[in-house]
Write a protein that binds this ligand. Structure first.
Ligand code: AMP
Length: 557
């Protein structure tokens, strides 16, 4: 049955459950607590389990495990999801289930310390509640019972996660409520659908995090009680388990805990280093996404796994990327050429990616007495690119200039009397203008590049993955220049137009009959958008009309 969205509060503020409430829930009932744990399968079309980040990988168990009933309910929720209009090809992916009390405590301590630093004025109890909004108080937490799960929806056909407006665990965001009105309509619908199918199976939602649901834990017990249960029912079914206790619970053969080694899938992964937070980050992740690779980054983690490709993404400072790839800590990197050359990169440049374009400029204050390169002699040059600056000066035989290392805000160095000239990256030039500087010399053109560790390229398993990744990126880079173009043409001019476009299109043009009109045909081609604009006037001369074009997702030649 389709979901009635009117049942969900559209804009209400989330009714967050306080730890105070959860502490009032009574302990488990011994009988229900003896229920065993199941391993959620890690592949297939039904509900599957995949950890998202390294922090989780270092977690207790190699696979995601939950209580038996929880697993059964997840399977039912997955089937219910597939019944919803528009979700036929989707599956529920569980990104977290059981977590040991020790890990819960460690994560809690970390967030509590952060909150305490952020709000020095809060009382201990207020801090506890504030932290509990992000990570459950260890004493009442659901994950250690095996009853709580974090879930998301994956589109099997499109090979990507549905849009939920934020990533799982995007704690900085204020938009974690399932009914948030600060996210796109489609993301809200996805959150509400997930909630409806999970709650339909008796899970309790957590209003603070759209991905978190539980059954049988204190959160669940309180939720059920607050929806009209009586005080005696304010009782959790499951109690928290130490990791050592779990291994004592009998597993059915079918669901025996797999070890990491028995997991055949993606044994070899290639590690790609990307900028953690900066100019290149968004475009880098977008290229991966557009190449069909889904990365699920917990913003706090430094390592994330691709869901559908044997790739791991390491998030680091961009200054470190080239060195990390050279050292083999990462197999691949996406980095600005400037960093690669500055660090005297030893890795192979696989591809120029066409974004992050800038140039390394030698700039001087307007009206400066530096008029020729030789005038730099005896002058101070501030830069974060010492090596490239020194190389440039040497090649131009400029002697006696003093290079001053400065990490950030290079452009203010002349203003504050720290230097006479600078060598810095420039893209639009507005920052130079603001600081009364002008470009004197272009030392190096830069854009982002994909680099590969040379040993990784020689490793058979890794090189195969690197080639596949490069092919995908290639396909996207080609595709983004192209459009699929459709136009109406008089039938008798199709031949001439095909001749005109020969050499500009990928593959052969298609000429299709137009409905209801004897004299018209529809011509379809894939061509570069720039070539289309160059030729529109000419096309019109042949009678072309209604020229429609749309994006191409990829081109595999
Ligand atoms: P950032 O995020 O500022 O550390 O810059 C990261 C990288 O972006 C640099 O290493 C350059 O490769 C590239 N980039 C592109 N345009 C600029 C610019 N105007 N200033 C600095 N870096 C730029």
């Amino acid at each position: 049955m389709p979901i009635d969205y009117s049942e969900n509060r559209p804009k209400a503020a989330p009714g967050l459950v306080l730890c105070r409430d959860l502490l009032s829930v009574t302990e488990h009932d011994g009988q229900t607590d003896s229920e065993g744990f199941y391993v959620i399968p890690s592949s297939g079309d039904g509900v599957i389990g995949r950890f998202f980040t390294l922090r989780d990988m270092e977690n207790d168990t190699p696979n995601i495990i939950v209580r038996k009933t929880v697993y059964e309910k997840l399977c039912k929720a997955d089937r219910a999801l597939k019944q919803q209009p528009g979700y036929k090809n989707c599956q529920i992916i569980v990104t977290y289930g059981y977590r040991s009390p020790a890990i819960q405590r460690a994560i809690w301590d970390q967030f509590y310390a952060e909150k305490a630093a952020e709000h020095p004025d809060l009382t201990e109890e207020e801090l506890r509640e504030e932290t509990h909004r992000i990570i459950a108080l260890p004493e009442v937490a659901g994950h250690p019972t095996g009853g709580a799960v974090d879930v998301i929806i994956f589109d099997l056909k499109k090979g990507r996660f549905l849009d939920f407006g934020t990533d799982i665990g995007e704690f900085e965001s204020k938009n974690m409520d399932y009914a948030s009105d600060m996210i796109p309509e489609i993301a809200r619908k996805n959150r509400q659908t997930l909630r409806a199918v999970m709650c339909g199976q008796g899970f309790a939602p957590y209003d603070g995090d759209w991905w978190h649901f539980s059954y049988g834990d204190k959160e669940w017990a309180f939720y059920m009680y607050s929806r009209g249960g009586n005080e005696a029912e304010k009782k959790a079914l499951y109690r928290q388990k130490e990791k050592s206790e779990i291994s004592e619970i009998a597993y059915s053969d079918k669901f025996k805990l797999k070890t990491a080694e028995s997991e055949p899938e993606h044994k070899v992964r290639v590690r790609l280093a990307v900028q953690k937070d900066g100019r290149l980050t968004e475009e880098t992740l977008s290229i991966l996404r557009r190449s069909g690779i889904e990365i699920n980054q917990d913003r706090r983690g430094f390592l994330a796994r691709a869901e559908n490709f044997p790739l791991e993404v390491l998030f680091v400072r961009d200054d470190d990327i080239s060195n990390l790839v050279d050292a083999g800590v990462a197999d691949l990197g996406i980095v600005g050429e400037n960093i690669y050359w500055e660090n005297d990169g030893k890795s192979a440049i696989k591809k120029h990616l066409g974004f992050g374009k800038c140039f390394l400029a030698l700039a001087v204050p307007k009206g400066s007495d530096i008029r020729t390169l030789q005038d730099l002699s005896g002058k101070r040059i501030a830069t974060s690119h010492r090596r490239l600056t020194a190389k440039f000066l040497k090649e131009r035989e400029v002697r006696g200039a003093k290079i001053i290392d400065i990490a950030g805000s290079v452009e203010i160095a002349p203003l504050i009397g720290y230097a006479d000239a600078i060598v810095d990256l420039v893209s639009t030039g507005s920052s130079l203008r603001q600081n009364n500087l002008e470009v004197f010399y272009n030392i190096l053109n830069s854009q982002s590049i994909l680099i590969a560790n040379r040993a990784a390229e020689k490793n058979a398993a890794k090189s195969e993955i690197i080639e596949r990744l490069t092919e995908r990126i290639d396909s996207y880079l080609v595709a983004r220049r192209y459009k699929r173009v459709i136009m109406d043409l008089p039938k008798d001019r199709c031949g001439e137009v095909c001749d005109l476009l020969a050499g500009l299109v990928i593959g052969a043009p298609a000429v299709l009959p137009s409905y209801g009109s004897g004299n018209w045909a529809a011509l379809q081609v894939t061509m570069e958008i720039s070539a289309l604009w160059d030729n529109t006037a000419e096309l019109k001369k042949y009678g072309a009309a209604n020229i429609v074009f749309y994006d191409v997702e990829g081109v595999v030649k």
